[in-house]
Design a protein around this ligand. Sequence first.
Ligand SMILES: [Zn+2]
Length: 503
Amino acid sequence: MREPAEPVRVRYAPSPTGPLHIGGARTALFNFLFARHYGGAFVVRIEDTDRRRNVPGAEAEQLAGLRWLGLAWDEGPDVGGPYGPYRSSERLALYRSAAEALVDAGAAYPCFCPEGEACAGGCRTLPPAEARARMAETPHAIRLRVPEAAEFVFHDLVRGPLRFRGDAVGDVVLLKRDGTPTYQFAVVVDDHHMRITHVLRGEEHLPNTPKQLAIYAAFGWAPPAFLHLPLILNAERKKMSKRDAAAETIARYRDLGALPEAVVNVLALLGWSPKGTEEVFTPDELVRRFSPSGIGKSPAVFDPGRLRWLNQAHLKRLSDGELARRLRPYAEAAGWLAPDEGEGSDGWARFVAAVRLVREELAFLGDVVPAAAFLYRPDEAVLDAAALSPAARAALFGPEGRRAVAAALQALQARDPAAPWTPEAAAALLAAVKAATGLGGRALFLPLRLAATGREHGPALPDVLAWLGPVRFRRRLERALALAAQMAYNGAERAGEGKPSRG
Ligand SMILES: [Zn+2]
């Protein structure tokens, strides 16, 4: 596409019939990127004329979803703008006068056929005076008079030239019997009056385009440029069922702990391919690199595994402090941080340090709860013998394990309590235990890790011990020794042979 000559104006026009799904969010994002890339305006308009389908609260929910994604709009129902109102239900007078003008010009006619039935054709040929007379007393729809021989051609920015014959379009209904506009009519009138220059929308709207072109032609208005985005398939490369699509809501990914920039990234790749092999883009990078020439015709596959991967990639890009800020709601819900603990508090500094320890384990924000629980759990609750694998139980409660734990406890008690407790100091203490016991490798570190964290794997042990501090480390070692004493360890028990007997 060449640089647009006029200022670009695009719109996202959802119907408030349900939550924001990935399909709608993808359309909104592509319009947003298009507007920002070309320095134009992004308009949000609510198509709510079909009152039976409107769901209370859906408009607010959809707008909240767009806001969470960071797709700020320049004009819309909540922020206003020079071409408002931005809800079609508030523009009914405009549609009626526009339809009236077409009837006056002979480009549209009243249809007196019962709603939902095909027009038998008699309405089309009624003499204008008779039609006018009946309009005053009989309920009627307004239909466009589409010349059968007409041809509607448009150049889709992705698909190239497309051609439709008038007889395939039919006499489109503009106004229904209740005086409300059809979707087709409202969209054309609104896009024209809002000076929309480019319409980017899903491929499922392709059959609407010739009908809308017929309406533009009847008014003598120049249509906007059209760009139809490819279908979205599910991970099995099948067309998404209604139920598939209904499950894939933006709120679901937000609640799972996806970062908005990762969701935006995954949505951008649904039909747009960047140049080069890079896949991880911030929203700003997307705005810079986005180009309609990168939009393809072939269907795009939505793979939740890709979202997981991209979310991890975006998490990695955040500083410890920024990541901790994003994780704060989870920390508060878990009771690790009080709502009044500000970013200057000790609690906050400890939380940032905890995030530094476990951040490698996070794919989604919510993963922080299981990942960091061992740090915040009370010292006497960290070790749950019943939850350990048989191998871990053997390593901790066997003679070598008990020896390692007892030696670590001894070394802790022997150290100068005034000496600073750093990862280096903790590592030196572990080295001293190694020298004193003659144990090394797994035989030394697994029982100590289990005692300190209750887990077999995790961050580097000296870093964990530094975070816990010598007092909590000591309590955890004491707790492990007490547990070992309670469990009359049966030397015959080996990995995989069931639960330990209790004495
Ligand atoms: Zn009729």
